[in-house]
Design a protein around this ligand. Structure first.
Ligand SMILES: [Zn+2]
Length: 460
């Protein structure tokens, strides 16, 4: 079957097969096929591998990493608002409601202009790939055409993407200039978007997937939530929405339905193995059991939470309860497009929760014991955790997994990465997580396609 295989990589690999555990594989050959899947992962000194290396080298399809370069799995971002890319880093001192109404909705309304959408979305996808994000789950806007442009952009640039046309129809919460005129129209356009993505030329392997996307319960009528829940059941598509992000949203749903956000989403048929809930900061233990029972996942967005959530996400409690969790940038609620950045902040947030933040409180009242996570767990969330939450085989160098990868070059210009020969695999991954910047990400591959960078020198 070698004729199907198009590229091999001779490299030092780093990945986290288990939460909190790192595996470093030196001088290892990864062979991946035309379909993007990894065929084999073998030590270079294993019997027969030398002949394989020579064969790929002769064909000009061997990528050889140099000393000081590491191959890591590509990063998974479970929560991105694509239209908010121009707003990154702005207005983060406002409360969520004001941020939405005075900044975010007016910006999102501009995507009625297809040219504006095409320009922004090209910049967004380039920007995320440059930060090592090989899989992204996107909210679009209410505009079908602009969201189709986002899907074409991701496919054209070969970023693995799950994309939703946003549905929001409640006149009490959505401004007149930016809302669906009816539940029926929102559902019809959601159906049209699903059909469009599934029929997109070049998307036969499902690199781009459609997502049913009620913005959040406060912006949707009961009729819309019911119909989108029914569509989720019949289509089998992924679902994304926000859940218990802030005190305001959490209270709003309790007041409207008398049950929690999670319970209401379940009632409308919007919780499944393919659901990703953004944030979940204020979910209770019963909610966590409900989410775990459905196999749904949570997009933990640590940076955005600092600005808008009113609380630190109880990450370790949620993980220990068996809920799938990955990381989200929440562009532009978060100020960084980098999932490595968000991984660092996931560690930071968990430590703040454990130690407490109010010095006026006595230590026992201030702290929440057993809350912190380590850097290896944060990297696991950024790769494997996100893949599991999405039910995608990404995040590991294993046969059958997709070859989505980034090359970390310690010798990049202005690099802060200084790895010593005596460093253990744990120390190397910690340094990469905390100290690498965008310039260290030299090359990126998605589904075994080289999507960013200069490539490395093929062996002769
Ligand atoms: Zn969001």
């Amino acid at each position: 079957m070698l004729w199907l295989v198009d590229r091999a990589y001779l490299a030092t690999l780093l990945h986290t097969p288990l939460r909190g555990r790192v595996e470093l594989l030196r001088d290892t050959l990864v062979v991946a096929g035309d379909d993007g899947a990894i065929v084999s992962v073998q030590a270079a000194q294993d019997p027969g591998v030398d002949a394989l290396i020579r064969r790929f080298a002769a064909a000009g399809t061997l990528v050889t990493l140099r000393e000081g370069q590491y191959l890591l799995p590509g990063l998974v971002d479970l929560h991105v608002h694509a239209p908010q890319w121009p707003q990154l880093g702005l207005a983060l001192d406002l409360p969520l409601e004001e941020w939405l109404q005075t900044h975010t909705f007016p910006l999102e309304a501009r995507y009625a202009d297809a040219n504006f959408a095409a320009t922004v979305y090209a910049s967004l996808v380039d920007g995320l790939l440059a930060n090592g994000t090989t899989t992204a789950m996107y909210f679009g806007t209410i505009h079908l055409e602009a969201t189709q442009i986002l899907a074409r952009t991701c496919l054209g640039k070969a970023q693995r993407a799950l994309i939703g046309r946003v549905a929001m129809d409640d006149p009490a919460q959505c401004p007149a200039y930016y809302r669906d005129p009816s539940a029926e129209l929102a559902v019809a356009e959601t159906r049209a978007f699903i059909a469009y993505v599934e029929a997109m030329p070049g998307n036969g392997r499902g690199l781009i997937r459609p997502v049913i996307t009620p913005r959040f319960i406060p912006s949707c009528s009961d009729a819309l939530l019911e119909q989108l829940g029914a569509l989720a059941a019949t289509s089998g598509c992924h679902v994304q929405t926000h859940c218990s992000e802030s005190d305001w949203e959490h209270r709003f749903v309790l007041d409207r339905f008398g049950i929690s956000d999670t319970a209401a989403l379940e009632k409308f048929g919007l919780l499944s193995r393919r659901t990703i809930l953004a944030h979940g900061n204020l979910v209770g233990d019963d909610d966590l059991d409900t989410i775990a029972a459905h196999g749904a996942g949570i997009a933990h967005c640590p940076l955005s939470n600092v600005y808008f959530s009113d609380a630190v996400f109880p990450l370790r409690r949620v993980l220990d309860r068996g809920v799938h969790v990955g990381l989200g940038s929440d562009i532009a609620g978060g100020s960084s497009p980098s999932i490595l950045d968000n991984a660092r902040h996931a560690v930071l947030a968990s430590r703040l929760l454990e130690s407490g933040v109010d010095p006026a409180l006595a230590r026992p009242l201030r702290r929440r014991p057993d809350s912190r996570i380590d850097a290896l767990t944060a990297f696991w969330l950024a790769t494997v955790g996100g893949g599991i939450a999405l039910e995608l085989n990404v995040g590991l160098f294993r046969p059958g997994y997709q070859f989505d990868a980034m090359l970390i070059d310690t010798a990049a210009p202005a690099s802060n990465l200084r790895i010593a020969p005596s460093d253990t695999p744990e120390q190397i991954l910690q340094k990469i997580l905390y100290e690498s910047g965008r310039s260290n990400i030299r090359d990126v591959w998605v589904a075994n396609r080289h999507v960013l960078g200069q490539g490395t020198t093929p062996a002769s």
